[in-house]
Design a protein around this ligand. Structure first.
Ligand code: HEM
Length: 373
């Protein structure tokens, strides 16, 4: 999609799409402006999903909820997960390394985030297949752009979301009886203005973590490996200098962002890049285009693994900046570090076709078969 983004960013940076009835914006400064101004651009967009969630709240409610959960996701808290992430990664690799080939998505990058979120929330790891299936459905978009396809995906999502709710309801019942050292227990004790969270809010948050954190992290890891199989000298360089990995990961988030676009609703008439956007309009910020804007980044079209500073918008910006960023960064760094250490000359399996994930907002592939020594 990147050549198209380049064209749109340069030719029609702020553009109304009649068919989708929304504004698309492509330049860094414009996207930045939108994400920085929650008063002008509300997050109360429809997600085809009625459940309350942080992602679609505005202040003051958003601020209160976010403060509650921030403490569970600080870099310091997350850093403590390092040994466990390494253990899971090594366990997953032990299964496939004797074969000298694997599917990066299926064997490693898919399971790891699901296991980690399951453990943080405090749900049994043995249920992770169920989890994976539900979270895959919940991030799906329609495969073709017709009303029927849309309705059918929405029905599928609603069912997955209901099943997931029922699943978490049972866990809530158990934790109400007996607290554990997990996120669900923390949320059960949390209060906003002296009031406990409602059942809907608790369920909404659990489901959000699955939806927001799994496929995105999988795609970050796979997109990084994908780049390293396209640039073999870089792979060798990072193997010799693992301390560069955090920068290469940031550059992956800029160059191949797992989330391509972020939606908002204009709360009043507002001008973006000289265009008049009316109150109530949907505004889609194309992060993937903004991240390659030459007005902001030197050598924007090149993957520069040592780029510093790197103010990419891959995790969004402002009050909704990704809650799980410390976790995603840590998982990516550990997996890539271990992978490069244990597998030499990772190459994409010859002849393997890449199937993009069917969603205009996601950049990733469904499988990524590799060979290695
Ligand atoms: C928000 C991307 C991993 C949980 C966001 C947003 C982006 C994003 C772009 C902003 C959405 C907006 O402004 O409307 C990513 C990417 C990830 C990733 C690219 C992986 C590479 C995770 C993980 C978790 C997570 C691992 C949870 C464990 C959330 C939550 C929000 C969010 C809860 C909503 C925050 C808020 O509204 O205040 N993410 N995410 N994400 N992300 Fe992530």
């Amino acid at each position: 999609p990147f050549p198209i983004y380049d064209k749109l960013r340069e030719e029609t940076p702020v553009r109304y799409d009649k068919e989708r009835a929304c504004w698309d914006i492509f330049r860094y400064d414009d996207v930045h402006l939108v994400l920085k101004n929650p008063k002008l651009f509300s997050s109360r967009r429809s997600q085809g999903e009625k459940r309350e969630s942080l992602l679609i709240m505005d202040p003051p409610k958003h601020t209160q909820m976010r403060n509650l959960v921030n403490k569970a996701f600080t870099p310091k808290v997350i850093q403590e997960l390092e040994p466990r992430i390494a253990e899971i990664t090594n366990g997953l690799l032990d299964e496939v390394i004797p074969n000298t080939r694997m599917d990066m998505v299926y064997d490693v990058a898919g399971p790891l985030p699901v296991i980690m979120i399951a453990e943080l929330l405090g749900v049994p790891a043995r249920d992770r297949q169920l989890f994976k299936a539900w979270s895959d459905v919940l991030v799906k978009g329609p495969e073709v752009n017709t009303d029927e396809a849309f309705t059918s995906v929405m029905a599928e999502k609603r069912q997955a979301s209901d099943e997931l709710s029922d699943y978490f309801k049972d866990i809530l019942v158990q934790r109400r009886r007996k607290r554990e050292n997990d996120l669900i227990s923390l949320l059960l004790d949390a209060e906003i203005d002296g009031e406990k969270l409602s059942e809907e809010e608790l369920l909404g948050f659990c489901i959000l973590l699955l939806v927001a954190g799994n496929e995105t992290t999988t795609n970050l890891i796979v997109n990084a490996i994908r780049y390293m199989t396209e640039d073999v000298p870089l792979q060798a360089h990072l193997r010799a200098h693992p301390e560069l990995l955090p920068h290469a990961i940031e550059e992956t988030l800029r160059f191949y962002p797992p989330i391509q676009a972020i939606g908002r609703i204009a709360t009043r008439d507002v001008e973006i890049g000289g265009q008049k956007v009316e109150a109530g309009s949907q505004v889609i910020s194309w992060v993937a285009a903004a991240n390659r804007d030459g007005r902001k980044f030197a050598e924007a079209a090149r993957f520069v693994p040592t780029r510093k500073p790197n103010p990419h918008l891959g995790f969004g910006f402002g009050i909704h900046f990704c809650l799980g960023a410390p976790l995603a960064r840590l998982e990516a760094r550990i997996v890539l570090g271990i992978l490069l250490h244990r597998c030499i000359d990772i190459e994409r399996e010859e002849g393997a076709l890449l199937h993009p994930i069917q969603s205009p907002f996601v950049f990733g592939v469904t499988h990524f078969p590799v060979r290695f020594r």
